[in-house]
Write a new protein. Structure first.
Lengths: 115, 115
């Protein structure tokens, strides 16, 4: 019962490098989300995908792009990393119905440092 | 716009003492309210949720929360804290608006438990 799986768990980048954070869920959930967590700021929504084939900006989308590859996978791309993107990134998913409706389930996070 | 305020950044309690973590929200309609817990280096785990009905909700690990519409509050309580409860706690608000049901998180309260 994997739930929401994020890879990698840790990453160090140099300024200007690019990378893609991967997220996959095996719960057949419709909606998926990317957040960043910074000290004293809680979690802030970067992008979300209400359903397969759709993506929308959240609160802090600048510097990021996303792809909803299929129902299971939702990736976050940093095209040119900046030190301000040093953060912990969380992916979450949410079912459309059932007992877990309206509950977001989180992955373990990716800790990213940009030097 | 929806928002969440957690006025206490850091709280220290003795093991066995009672606990109350404060959460105030702003939301234009009937809110869905959540408390999540995050242990160091881990993802977020749902403690409890309020959607409708009984305003006193029970969660996992002996936690409960009370929804008070008149005070726009959803405070988390536990009668007797255990050392393993040391973690960071996040309150979140959202709603079933459209299919996305985005959440807005508070900045978190870090709980320290002394023996």
């Amino acid at each position: 019962n994997a739930g929401v799986t994020q890879t990698p768990k840790f990453q160090v980048l140099k300024t200007g490098q690019s990378m893609t954070l991967q997220c996959a869920q095996d719960m057949n959930h419709n909606s998926m989300y990317w957040y960043r967590q910074d000290p004293g700021m809680g979690l802030r929504l970067i992008y979300y995908s209400a359903s397969e084939g759709t993506t929308d900006k959240g609160e802090v989308p600048n510097g990021y792009n996303v792809s909803r590859l299929n129902k299971r996978e939702f990736s976050l791309r940093l095209e040119s990393a900046a030190p301000s993107q040093t953060s912990v990134y969380f992916c979450a998913s949410r079912p459309l119905g059932g007992a877990g409706k309206n509950i977001q389930y989180f992955g373990a996070g990716t800790r990213l440092s940009v030097l | 716009a929806q928002s969440v305020t957690q006025p206490d950044i850091h709280i220290t309690v003795s093991e066995g003492a009672s606990l109350e973590l404060r959460c105030n929200y702003s939301y234009g309609a009937t809110p869905y309210l959540f408390w999540y817990v995050q242990s160091p280096g881990q993802g977020l785990q749902l403690l409890l949720k309020y959607f409708s009905g009984d305003t006193l909700v029970q969660g996992i690990k002996g936690f409960e929360a009370e929804f008070k519409r008149s005070q726009s509050s959803f405070n988390l309580r536990k009668p007797s804290v255990h050392w393993s409860d040391a973690a960071e706690y996040f309150c979140a608000v959202g709603g079933n608006t459209g299919t996305a049901s985005k959440l807005t998180f508070g900045t978190g309260t870090r709980l320290q438990v002394t023996l």
